[in-house]
Design a protein around this ligand. Structure first.
Ligand SMILES: [Zn+2]
Length: 118
């Protein structure tokens, strides 16, 4: 199973980044601990677990499609002119973030893509 990339969330309490991998999602009872304050985060909640897995799959799909996305572009009309923006540039600017509500707390989870080899 490809395990490129990892997730990052900012700790609700101390704002330090908490990093975990896609592999961690394989274990529903696994807890990821914040290195700053020790707060534990779990993926046991069914909705959260499902959404994170879908998010990972989406991000992976984008990575896998990079080859064809490199020759695709989005046309944007600026005044009289049409400007073509390659998908590749759009994607490199895209910050893959998923905003979730867990109970009363809002959590922003970022998908960190490992550096490309090109
Ligand atoms: Zn913390």
């Amino acid at each position: 199973m490809p395990t490129q990339g990892s997730f990052q969330l900012d700790c609700i309490h101390c704002k330090k980044p908490v990093i975990f991998s896609i592999q961690d999602l394989g274990y529903q009872d696994k807890l990821v601990e914040c290195t700053g304050c020790g707060k534990k985060y779990g993926f046991g909640q069914e909705t959260l677990h499902r959404q994170l897995k879908k998010f990972a799959a989406l991000c992976r799909q984008i990575q896998e499609s990079e080859e064809i996305l490199g020759s695709a572009s989005v046309a944007v009309t600026v005044g009289q002119n049409e400007v073509k923006i390659p998908f590749k540039i759009l994607l490199s600017r895209l910050k893959s973030t998923l905003d979730l509500s867990i109970g009363n707390e809002r959590l922003s989870i970022t998908f960190r893509v490992e550096p490309c080899t090109n």
